[in-house]
Write a protein that binds this ligand. Structure first.
Ligand code: MSP
Length: 666
């Protein structure tokens, strides 16, 4: 039996600035749905990417004095960085400046033209650059764009038009046959009313120098929305010569979009596809906005929250949890750092962390570290069944918030169960051993299910729950039981449980906000670390704030850093490791006169001869390690990052030749 397919997409993001929390919100929501469907054993394809053409990109690049392509390359890196930090598990990342996209978008144009749906005329209209959209005078609020509250530009030029008016009835028929094409239902109603009011033909080309040339009329470029929308099929390989059924993943199961771009997805996109003889997507989920002080978070408003900073402060799981728990996907909601902090302290540190820690403490101190195997269960099993039924039903409706509420009810039931059964007292009475075992089996089993239930939202925490309960593998290696709410009950064969603190340490509010202020004041991470080190004794016992945790590594004190001996060294010889494809074996001069060999995982990026003669920085006091038969005495520093193509890059940190071997690096 072939697995059910599930193709889910985010909108592709404009590259006029770095990703902000509003973008992260859409992307995390899609990631959670993608992970949930993967957990159910489905064949998931999750697409995201960047929308790089149009006037908005052109303006931002021009303001910086660089080409739009250079500008886009820079911003795309930030997207890769942010999505990596937030644990986004997309299968593909499409950029509209890629050849595969250009070819597919032009093919879509040709098909629409062949259907007789394009014509050219002179046009005059009011254009909002942040929206990349024309408005009628009557749609403006105080003469400004209703979404961005900025003045619109008057545009007068020759333009290609799409016969959108021809698709009014076909669209209404289509909506009639797919009542939940758009969710929530209120947005479906808005779309239907918009189309019922009458559709005007749509301008689909611009005379600007940055975009995909119109086939056969290359002084025009395709309207950025027609170009952008086609990403959903070009990423699947749609292009010249494609059949009607060009990919098993089309039609998409779900396009997730913010409410301000619903018209483009629910009206224009199906109309373009109908014209080209392709199937419309199955469903569009329209979510609300993250607001800051009741205003939409956006670059135009200048009220942005940086997802990378939040990840550094709170960790990816906490940010993902906050976004999914605090807001109902359909509605708008105000964002605040204080609210994240409260969620961390209450839901994660208290409810989740403490319950797990209560369980692992008893397992390790009274039950030899193993979850007991028992014949009879307790009433807790019913709570778990209820949680699964409710969460599964909610996730089918894309209601992640409701699924989390159901999970937290199971957590709370587990906690109440522990409080009423008092296993810490049972443990003192040898006659109650069987009862203790039944209680602890079920509490551990409920916790394992909590791990599975939170896995799509908090993959890191889910793995950690399993690890601490002593279960091998991770919650992602087992597909969720099929069918609504059907769960397996019975703790699997497992190793030793581990009792550790700190899965979600409580955060101290005043320490946190002091740190945020220092950050805002522009102090460097190094300044922050040394001032923190100075304050360390004064604030002993205060909760750790995850700031400065570049690369997600958490805060260290200066003393920790000072333990690392970094020195300059000259590479005098290099060869491939005879038994490891990825390693190079380097001879280095570290200034002591004694030979030193380092095995470096750089064979993928450097030929041995490229490194000989370079002065590099090495970690000189790292314990020696035998790597496939060769002792490696240290490490060479190198930068690594994800390239615009999504592939990993590595470059050695090279020091000037004038630096002598043995010089201290700090
Ligand atoms: N490039 C177009 C989409 C083309 S899709 C074929 C675009 N880009 S965008 O960068 O402006 O927005 C992308 C997504 O981010 C949208 O879903 C939008 O709603 C979301 N968000 C941007 N700011 C947001 C908030 N403040 N809150 C929640 N989501 C918001 O539109």
């Amino acid at each position: 039996m072939t697995a059910r397919r599930f193709y889910i997409t985010t909108p592709i993001y404009y590259i006029n600035g770095a990703p902000h929390l509003g973008h992260a919100y859409t992307t995390v929501a899609c990631d959670v749905l993608a992970r949930w469907h993967r957990l159910r054993g489905e064949d998931v394809r999750y697409l995201t990417g960047t929308d790089e053409h149009g006037q908005k990109a052109l303006k931002s690049a021009t303001a910086e004095g660089i080409t739009p392509r250079e500008f886009a390359d820079r911003i795309v890196l930030k997207y890769h960085q942010a999505w990596k930090a937030l644990g986004i598990s997309h299968d593909d990342f499409i950029r509209t400046t890629e050849e595969r996209h250009r070819a597919g978008a032009q093919e879509l144009w040709r098909r629409i033209e062949a259907a007789g749906d394009l014509y050219k005329k002179d046009y005059e209209g009011l254009y909002c650059v942040p929206c990349e959209s024309f408005y009628l005078e009557s749609q403006l609020v105080d003469g400004k764009c209703p979404t961005h509250h900025v003045p619109v530009e008057s545009v007068k030029e020759e333009s290609w038009f799409f016969r959108l008016s021809k698709y009014q009835q076909p669209l209404l028929d289509f909506y009639e046959s797919r009542k939940s094409f758009v969710t929530p239902a209120t947005r479906m109603n808005e779309v239907v009313s918009f189309v019922e009011m009458g559709l005007q033909d749509l301008s689909v080309s611009r005379l600007i120098p940055w975009g995909i040339p119109v086939p056969g009329d290359e002084k025009h470029v395709m309207y950025v929305w027609l170009d952008a929308l086609s990403n959903y099929i070009t990423a699947l390989g749609f292009g010249p010569g494609s059949e009607r059924a060009f990919s098993p993943y089309w039609p998409a199961d779900l396009h997730v979009v913010g409410k301000e771009i619903i018209r483009f997805h629910a009206v224009y996109w199906p109309a373009f596809l109908m014209s080209a003889g392709l199937e419309p997507p199955r469903q569009i989920l329209s979510h609300g906005w993250l607001l800051k002080d009741d205003e939409k978070m956006s670059k135009t408003q200048g009220n942005l929250a940086d997802p990378l900073k939040l990840e550094q402060w709170f960790g990816a799981d906490a940010v993902r949890y906050y976004l999914m728990r605090e807001f109902n996907l359909g509605s708008d909601g105000n964002y605040s750092e204080e609210a994240i902090l409260d969620r961390v302290n209450t839901d994660l540190a208290n409810d989740l962390g403490n319950t797990l820690s209560r369980i692992t403490r008893i397992l390790t101190s009274d039950l030899g570290g193993r979850v007991p195997r028992v014949a009879h269960g307790t009433a807790l099993r019913e709570h778990a069944e209820r949680a699964w039924a409710r969460a599964t039903d909610a996730m089918e409706r894309h209601d992640v918030q409701e699924a989390l509420k159901a999970t937290w009810e199971l957590l709370s039931a587990t906690n109440k169960f522990l409080v009423s059964e008092e296993p810490w007292k049972l443990a003192k009475d040898p006659g109650k051993r069987a009862h203790l075992e039944a209680v602890m089996h079920d509490a551990s089993e409920a916790m394992r299910h909590v791990g599975n239930l939170v896995a799509a939202v908090m993959p890191g925490a889910a793995r950690e729950i399993w690890r601490r309960l002593g279960i091998d593998g991770d919650p992602f290696s087992r597909a969720l039981a099929d069918g609504k709410g059907a769960i397996e009950w019975g703790f699997p064969e497992a190793g030793d449980a581990i009792h550790e603190s700190g899965m979600f340490p409580r955060l101290d509010k005043s320490a946190f906000f002091a740190d945020v202020q220092q950050d805002a004041a522009g102090q460097t991470a190094v300044d922050r670390e040394s001032s923190k080190a100075a304050q360390a004794s004064a604030s002993a016992g205060a909760a750790a704030v995850h700031s400065g945790a570049s690369a997600g590594k958490g805060v260290i004190q200066y003393d920790d850093f000072a333990k690392v001996a970094l020195i300059a060294a000259k590479i005098t010889g290099a060869k491939k490791h005879p038994q490891a494809d990825k390693l190079l074996v380097l001879d280095v001069d570290d200034g002591t006169g004694a030979p030193r060999t380092i095995c470096a995982g750089m064979a993928e990026w450097y030929a041995p001869e490229e490194l000989v003669g370079k002065t590099v920085a090495i970690v000189a006091n790292l314990a020696a390690r035998r790597l496939r038969g060769i002792d490696s005495q240290g490490m060479v520093l190198a930068a690594s990052w994800t390239g615009t193509d999504g592939k990993e890059r590595v470059q050695v940190v090279v020091l000037p030749d004038s630096v002598p071997a043995g010089a201290i690096v700090r």
